[in-house]
Design a protein around this ligand. Structure first.
Ligand code: 5GP
Length: 183
């Protein structure tokens, strides 16, 4: 679906499908240059990163592999608590691998801080982060984010993998959810 299909659910469209496509290609070109000959492992954080991993991996010109993790960060509605539980672990041994953790969005960075400590303990050759979207708090976080798609305002957004109550992940654009949906 695109934003015209659900226009009354959004107060603003922040990035269109075309803008997202273009930026994913730019980031892929950076990763191509940085990882040539390294066969990086893209670790997608389910469920939100499905779209990013699918598009980023296909935009790469180098070989890569993919694996998935599912974590649940406890919290209600539109806030994260920072308490993380691994629901699905990787199938791949990370020892000696060049790992790029792919996220849909980083807000406080609490979810990823936990995940990065966990992955670093598995002895990868390198470990970096790519996120499609970054919120203002993430810029203040000590997390080092190697690749960023776009910066976002401090608002609750949906689309391109980002959901509200399980919906809107299949929205091709990214926009601000109207408060009447979650009020
Ligand atoms: P953090 O731990 O960085 O604060 O939160 C990261 C997680 O919170 C993301 O993976 C995502 O699931 C959720 N999240 C943070 N901001 C938003 C947002 O604006 N929209 C949606 N749909 N999820 C968000």
């Amino acid at each position: 679906m695109d934003s015209t299909d659900i226009s009354s659910d959004l107060t603003e469209i922040l990035y269109t499908k075309d803008q997202i496509d273009a930026r994913v290609r730019e980031v892929a070109a950076q990763i191509d240059a940085d990882y040539e000959g390294k066969n990086p492992l893209l670790v997608g954080v389910l469920n939100g990163a499905v779209m990013v991993v699918a598009d980023l991996s296909r935009a790469l010109k180098i070989h890569c592999e993919m694996d998935w993790m599912a974590v649940s960060s406890y919290g209600s509605g539109t806030q994260t608590s920072g308490v993380v539980r691994i629901l699905k672990d990787l199938n791949t041994n990370l020892e000696g691998r060049h790992v790029i953790v792919v996220e849909d969005i980083i807000d406080t960075g609490l979810t990823l801080t936990y995940l990065m400590q966990n992955l670093a303990s598995r002895d990868p050759a390198s470990l970096k982060i790519m996120t499609m979207f970054r919120k203002p708090e993430a810029i203040q976080s000590p997390l080092e984010i190697a690749y960023v798609g776009y910066d976002l305002p401090n608002r609750f957004v949906v689309g391109y993998g980002l959901d509200y109550a399980g919906r809107y992940r299949n929205l091709t654009d990214v926009g601000i959810l109207s408060p009447h949906i979650y009020a």
